[in-house]
Design a protein around this ligand. Structure first.
Ligand SMILES: Nc1ncnc2c1ncn2[C@@H]1O[C@H](COP(=O)(O)OP(=O)(O)OP(=O)(O)O)[C@@H](O)[C@H]1O
Length: 230
């Protein structure tokens, strides 16, 4: 794979059980790319993301995410794949019984960090990056939806992933907050990572030049889009 390649799928079929969701999927994502994943409800967006984070196996075709060959991925390797990814969901999925710092600490510990000073420094770094440098002591319920999603983005950045996968990350947010989160994800992609984001939000999509992957009729098409072109 070329050095800048983060995702490379060739003729991949995506199954949910025996049900063929997508066939002949060809996708190439490089460092710096900000890619929207669109398509009607049930067209296979989440299934495609699940394939990329090792939740659904690649049984047909060839697939690589970073250094990982998805066709050869064993169950026990999935956590290592996920350490190289940041995943953000629509409903934030923060642990509600602990504050922001402890949410981040939980992930650091689960991914092998041991040194307390290094962990504290990394947590501060990612919170600063999402503009929540002073809110580490807050409980999730003390934060707005947009702030909670920023925490989820901070959490996704902890292990400095090459690829952020976001499944409708702005689905529960108002338009202004949506724009803030999109700006944040866009900026992250421009710092040498890639972002693949499933969305139904066609309005905000116009704001960025980016690539689009469209799921329809059991297949995907890739399009390039310029500002205002949709
Ligand atoms: N766990 C599952 N078992 C079996 N079939 C599933 C499962 N999850 C999804 N499917 C089916 O796979 C197809 C694709 O679903 P998927 O969730 O990937 O679509 P989506 O584009 O993400 O939809 P949405 O926009 O509603 O999130 C649908 O037909 C759905 O019914």
């Amino acid at each position: 794979m070329a050095l800048d390649t983060i995702v490379d799928l060739k003729n991949v079929s995506v199954f949910q059980g025996d049900h063929l969701v997508l066939s002949d999927v060809n996708i190439h994502i490089n460092k710096g790319d900000f890619v929207y994943l669109i398509g009607k409800t049930g067209s296979g967006k989440s299934s495609l993301l699940k394939t990329l984070y090792g939740e659904l196996p690649v049984k047909q075709g060839e697939g690589n995410v970073g250094e990982f060959d998805l066709t050869k991925l064993k169950r026990k390797q999935v956590p290592f794949l996920r350490r190289n990814l940041g995943i953000v969901f629509q409903d934030f999925e923060l642990l509600t019984d602990r504050n922001v710092n402890d949410n981040l600490l939980f992930v650091l510990r689960a991914t092998g960090w041991k040194n307390k000073i290094e962990m504290a420094a990394r947590m501060q770094e990612v919170l600063d990056k999402v503009g929540l440098g002073t809110k580490g002591y807050k409980m999730p319920h003390e934060l707005s939806g947009g702030e909670q999603q920023r925490v989820a983005v901070a959490r996704a950045l902890l292990n400095d992933p090459d690829l952020i996968l976001a499944d409708e990350p702005t689905g529960n947010l108002d338009p202004n907050t949506t724009e803030e989160i999109l700006n944040l994800l866009y900026e992250i992609s421009k710092n040498g990572r890639a972002v693949l984001m499933a969305t139904h939000d066609y309005v905000h999509m116009k704001k960025f030049s980016s690539h689009i992957i469209r799921c329809a009729d059991s297949s995907v098409q890739t399009e390039e889009v310029r500002q205002g072109a949709i």
